[in-house]
Write a protein of this length. Structure first.
Lengths: 142, 142
C-alpha cells in the first residue's frame, strides 16, 4: 500500500498545503510568533490529530459493526513534547468519549483496546518511537 | 511544551474534525470504499503530510535565515505501508524542491540535512519507530 502527497508553499510565509492522490487538500501553518499567519494548525498539532483520527475511525467501525448507534465521538488528545531538539512527543494521553444511546462502557473499552493494540497505524508508530501512550474511554447518553 | 486538540464526528459516516487550542480546524475523512465520503484526506495521508510540512517549515526558516529568496517549496512524499495490521509505514521517500532565484544546491541540501537530522520532530519519531526515511533535494529557478 503506497500513499503519496505533494505539498506547496501557499503564501509568502509558512503556510504549506498538501494534496493527496484524490486531490483533497490539508493546510498547515504556524502562529505569527513562529513566522506564520496562524491560518491552519501546525504540523505537530496535525500529527497528533491524525493519530486521534486514525484511532477514532477504527472505533467508529467497531462500534457500528456491533450494531450500536454513534451519535458523536469526541476525542481529547494531549501530547507532551521534549524541551530539547527535535522536540519529539514523549507522552500522549487520549480520552475517547462515545455519545451513544445503546453502546455499553464495555463495548467502547473493547473498541478502544482493539484500535490502540491492533489496528491504529499512527499509534503503533508513535509507540514504537518510544512515546508513552495512555488512554481512557467513556460513554455519554445523547 | 504541551499540545492539545479535540476531535468530533462531523457527519453520519467517518468525517472527524479536529480543533487545536487556537480554534483552527483540520478535517479527516476516508473514501466511500472505506465507509466515508472522501471530503478530506485520510488520517494516515495527513500523518505523512504533517511530517513533510514539519520538515518543510524547518527548510523555509533555514533558507530565509541565509537571506535567500523562496519562490516556492515543493515536497513530494511517498510512504509504503506494511500489508499486515497495523499497516505501519515501513519506508518513506521525500523529494524536496526549492524554487529560488538565488539559493544554491548546497544551501538546500544543508537545510534538508539539518531538518532531517536535527530539527524535524515528526521525522525523528518516524525514524525511531523503525521506518526507513530517504530524501533527495533539488533547486529550480523561477
Amino acid at each position: 500500500m503506497t500513499k503519496k502527497a505533494t505539498l506547496n508553499l501557499d503564501d509568502g510565509a509558512m503556510r504549506l498545503v498538501g494534496k493527496n492522490e484524490t486531490g483533497t487538500v490539508t493546510a498547515f501553518d504556524v502562529t505569527s510568533e513562529n513566522g506564520g499567519n496562524g491560518s491552519a494548525a501546525s504540523p505537530m498539532e496535525v500529527f497528533l490529530q491524525s493519530a486521534a483520527a486514525c484511532s477514532g475511525m477504527d472505533i467508529l467501525s467497531i462500534i457500528r459493526k456491533k450494531r450500536k448507534t454513534v451519535t458523536d465521538l469526541r476525542i481529547e488528545i494531549e501530547g507532551e513534547r521534549a524541551e530539547e531538539h527535535p522536540h519529539i512527543y514523549t507522552s500522549i494521553a487520549v480520552k475517547y468519549i462515545l455519545v451513544s444511546p445503546d453502546a455499553t462502557e464495555g463495548d467502547m473499552k473493547r473498541a478502544c483496546e482493539l484500535s490502540q493494540d491492533q489496528y491504529c497505524s499512527a499509534f503503533a508508530m508513535i509507540k514504537r518511537s518510544g512515546c508513552a501512550v495512555s488512554w481512557t474511554s467513556g460513554i455519554e447518553r445523547p
